[in-house]
Design a protein around this ligand. Structure first.
Ligand code: NOJ
Length: 570
């Protein structure tokens, strides 16, 4: 995501630029404001998602190895309030409870990720397989299937085994391709009879940019201008290898699908009559989603990335482009390795052209793009600083996917909105609004002909939000992290999302407004439950700490008193 200081500069810039641009911008185009009542195609799959490090906890239990996130989060100053995912939602111990929440929502699918170091503690399969880790995911998968919930399984949601980082430098090293392939193969072997939807990587953009360029995420490296491109290069090769492994060794027998989940914000030109802004906005999306999607669908990086990074590398006096190149064999090996495309989408930016100085010291992924990101101050931003609610951008992004990549089968693998920790409010009216509008734009995109097969609300539970710790809550269910049992409470959005699922869309205005009213009404009773919770924690403290301490002290005092009496007698 965009660095914070840049966002603030953008705010100011936006006030000036957008206000003048808004007059030119045709807000009625693409039906920005009109709501579309209608239903989704039969068989459309409704789900919710999570990831291992963000929810499981049990970071060092039952033979699990360390991941880069375990190590990163334990370093002081990396995460808000120095929080960690050590216990998080304790999801590792709450499989049955969480599946019953999914039942309550009537979900068709649940998207979760497998922790690589929980299965293969050192990351190297030939060294050791942790059977207890396997059992955990077997239990989860079986329980989902018993409840008619389809598992959609991500193989890499950012928790690389720490040993691979220390030994080889993680995704900077080509050897990750084979190690990841071995791990994926193990998952196909053990779970593939039951799992039919596999996602190789979740949001590799973040892995590359935030892990190896800005260092905000694990492993925290700041290899500006080169690290992200090299990491992405290896990730794309690893994805292709895993797809081929499945295709040649498992597909005939298991009949499943292998895709990748890419994140992309939409980029809209500030001034739609300015060719430079139009090109800058296209570049923004190509450097984001296109960076990974273009090789996978067309065999090579987007031309605009090759041109811009190549030209800047020459200007910087480098002998070769900082963007690595695929050989002709690699191109044809990578092309077409996607049975479905996972799309993670949250927000939109206005984009304008901005030429950056091309000195070597200033080289970075961000400056390579020659653009500035702006936001409209009128866009709602209830939670995360980067997350503005701009529903129409979703429809545009989905249409971009359709036209650029030959209308692939799409699963929306992440979409949702957060709130700040300060709001312990379960009546999340703004989240209802966000889901209602974004899901509606997705429905319009389907009417446009985009081949969307399923939607995953992000996320089922509040959870560890990476470098933001627990300060940003994305959950449909509120998790009380102060209580060691990590109880879950439904927010109002649970009721609303449930209605969308059971109606497979939006029947008519009156009903949808009714859902919303009812959802907000019922959440006040859940609010009371939550309000009572500090009392519960207080009671727990009384029974677990105060009572034993008082008892011990009383025994000690009585003993001293007894000794005193005995001495006096003698
Ligand atoms: C994308 C990441 O995949 C997910 O883990 C995270 O919770 C969301 N972005 C929200 O920041």
């Amino acid at each position: 995501m965009l660095p914070r200081c840049a966002v603030s500069v953008c705010h100011v810039l936006m006030l000036v630029l957008c206000l003048s641009a808004a007059e030119d911008f045709d807000w009625t185009k693409n039906d920005h404001s009109s709501f579309y009542y209608g239903t989704f195609p039969a068989g459309f799959s409704w789900g919710a998602g999570s990831s291992a490090y963000q929810t499981e906890g049990a970071w060092d239990k039952d033979g699990k190895g360390l991941s880069i996130w375990d190590v990163f989060s334990h370093k002081k100053g990396k995460i808000q309030l120095n929080e960690t995912g050590d216990s998080s939602c304790e999801g590792y111990y709450k499989v049955k409870d969480d599946v019953s929440l999914m039942k309550e929502l009537k979900l068709n699918h649940y998207r979760f990720s497998i922790s690589w170091p929980r299965l293969v503690p050192t990351g190297i399969k030939s060294e050791h397989i942790n059977e207890k880790g396997i059992q955990h995911y077997e239990q989860l998968i079986d329980h989902l299937l018993e409840n008619n919930i389809t598992p959609i399984v991500t193989l890499y949601h950012w928790d690389l085994p720490q040993v691979l980082q220390e030994k080889y430098g993680g995704w900077q090293n080509i050897s990750m391709v084979n190690h990841f392939n071995e791990f994926a193969n193990l998952c196909f072997e053990r779970f593939g009879n039951r799992v039919k939807h596999w996602i190789t990587f979740n949001n590799p953009w973040s892995v590359a940019v935030e892990g190896y360029e800005t260092g905000e995420h694990a492993p925290g490296l700041k290899l500006r201008g080169t690290g992200a491109y090299r990491a992405a290069h290896h990730i794309i090769k690893a994805h292709a290898k895993v797809w081929h492994t499945y295709d040649t060794q498992w597909r005939a027998k298991q009949k499943g699908l292998v895709g990748i989940s890419l994140s992309g914000d939409w980029g809209e030109p500030v001034d739609i009559s300015n060719q430079k802004d139009i090109e800058a906005a296209e570049r923004y999306v190509q450097f984001y989603l296109g960076w990974f999607a273009t090789p996978i669908f067309h065999g090579d990086y987007p031309q605009v990335m090759k041109d811009f990074i190549g030209r800047k590398s020459v200007q910087q006096g480098l002998g070769a482009s900082r963007l690595p190149a695929f050989s002709p064999q690699e191109k044809s090996y990578i092309k077409g390795t996607c049975d479905f495309l996972g799309v993670g989408h949250f927000t939109t930016r206005y984009i304008t052209q901005k030429t950056n100085p091309s000195g070597r010291s200033s080289s970075s992924y961000f400056s390579d793009r020659d653009l500035a990101e702006l936001v409209d101050p009128r866009w709602p931003d209830p939670g995360s600083e980067w997350l503005y609610s701009v529903p129409w951008g979703f429809r545009r992004l989905l249409n971009f996917v359709k036209t650029q990549y030959g209308n692939p089968m799409v699963y929306v693998t992440e979409n949702g909105v957060s709130e700040k920790m300060l709001c312990t409010e379960l009546c999340d009216d703004w989240r209802i609004q966000y889901y209602k509008d974004y899901i509606n734009e997705m429905l319009k995109a389907i009417k446009d002909g985009v081949n969307v097969k399923g939607y995953t609300a992000w996320s089922l539970l509040d959870k560890f939000e990476w470098d933001e710790g627990y300060s940003e809550r994305f959950g449909l269910y509120y998790v009380d992290f102060r209580n060691k049992n990590k109880p879950r409470y439904p927010k109002a959005s649970v009721q609303f999302y449930k209605r969308i699922i059971s109606s497979n869309g939006f029947p008519n205005q009156r009903e949808v407004e009714n859902w919303r009213r009812k959802a907000v009404e019922t959440c006040s009773s859940s609010n009371q439950l939550l309000a009572a919770d500090p009392l519960t924690s207080h009671m727990e403290m009384v029974t677990e700490i105060v009572v034993p301490t008082v008892c011990t002290l009383s025994i000690l005092l009585s003993a001293i008193f007894l000794m005193f009496l005995l001495r006096r007698r003698n």
